[in-house]
Ligand binder design. Structure first.
Ligand code: HEM
Length: 214
C-alpha cells in the first residue's frame, strides 16, 4: 500500500473509531441503557447497569484514544503526552473495558458461540495490552509497537461489529444466526490483518511504525 492510501485508511479508521466512541458516550450518558438495542439486550442492560455503563465508557475511551497513539509526529513532539495517553488507554480503556467486556460476554445475546467469541476477544484484548505494557517497561520498543498494533486492531472490533449487524440484517440474515458469526468475524480478521501487516518486509514494517521516544 502506498503512503497516500495508508494515510487515507488510517484516517478513515480513526474517524470510524471516534464515531463509535461518540455513540457509546452519548447513548449511554444521555439515554436509558440500551434503548436503541433489541429488547432482550435491553433487559440485560437494565439488570446490569453498572457493568454496561462501565464498559461503554471505558471501551469507548480506548477507541477514542487509540488512533492518536500511532501518530509518529505526536510521539516525536510530545513524548510525555504519548506516555500519559498510553497509560490511560491501557488502564482505563483496556483493563476496565476488557474486564467489563469479559463480564458482559457471559450475558451476550447469540448463545454460547457468541459468548465464547466475545470472551476470547476480551482475553485477547487484555493479553495484547499486557504484552505491549510489559515490552515498553523492558525498553523493547519494537515489541511494544507490535503488541499495541495488535491490541488496537482488536479495539477496532467495536467498529466492525456495528457495521456488520446492519449489513447482515439488511441481507435478510436473522439476528440469531448473524450475531454468533459476527461475534467472531468482528475481530479475528483484524488480528490476521495486523499479523500480515507486521510480517511484511522488515524495512516496511519498521518504517511504517516509527520509533517511539521514551
Ligand atoms: C475489544 C473488546 C470488547 C469486548 C470483549 C466487548 C464485549 C461486549 C459485549 C459482550 C457486549 C454485550 C453484547 C450483548 O449484549 O449481546 C458489549 C456491548 C457493548 N460494547 Fe463492547 N466489547 C469490546 C469493545 C468495545 C469497544 C472498544 C467499545 C467502544 C465503543 C464498546 C462498546 C460497547 C457498547 C456501547 C455496548 C452496548 C451495545 C450497544 O449499545 O451497541 N465495546 N461489548
Amino acid at each position: 500500500m502506498n503512503t497516500i492510501s495508508t494515510r487515507g485508511t488510517e484516517a478513515l479508521l480513526a474517524v470510524m473509531a471516534v464515531a463509535v466512541a461518540a455513540y457509546a458516550f452519548l447513548a449511554y450518558a444521555l439515554l436509558p441503557a440500551g434503548v436503541h438495542v433489541g429488547e432482550p439486550m435491553q433487559e440485560v442492560y437494565r439488570l446490569n447497569p453498572i457493568v454496561i455503563h462501565t464498559h461503554a465508557f471505558a471501551a469507548g475511551l480506548a477507541l477514542l484514544l487509540g488512533p492518536w497513539q500511532f501518530s509518529s509526529r505526536l510521539r516525536a513532539r510530545r513524548p510525555q503526552l504519548h506516555r500519559w495517553v498510553g497509560r490511560i488507554y491501557l488502564v482505563a480503556g483496556i483493563v476496565v473495558g476488557g474486564v467489563s467486556g469479559l463480564l458482559l460476554s457471559r450475558l451476550a445475546q447469540g448463545g454460547w458461540v457468541a459468548q465464547l467469541g466475545f470472551a476470547c476477544l476480551a482475553i485477547a484484548w487484555l493479553y495484547t495490552g499486557y504484552r505491549g505494557y510489559r515490552a515498553i517497561r523492558r525498553g523493547e520498543r519494537a515489541q511494544h509497537r507490535r503488541w499495541m498494533l495488535r491490541n488496537h486492531a482488536l479495539t477496532l472490533a467495536a467498529v466492525s461489529l456495528r457495521l456488520y449487524i446492519p449489513l447482515f440484517l439488511a441481507s435478510g440474515v436473522p439476528f440469531e444466526l448473524a450475531y454468533p458469526v459476527i461475534a467472531w468475524i468482528c475481530w479475528v480478521p483484524h488480528l490476521l490483518i495486523a499479523q500480515w501487516w507486521l510480517g511484511r518486509k522488515p524495512q516496511v514494517a519498521t518504517g511504517a511504525l516509527p520509533t517511539m521516544p521514551r
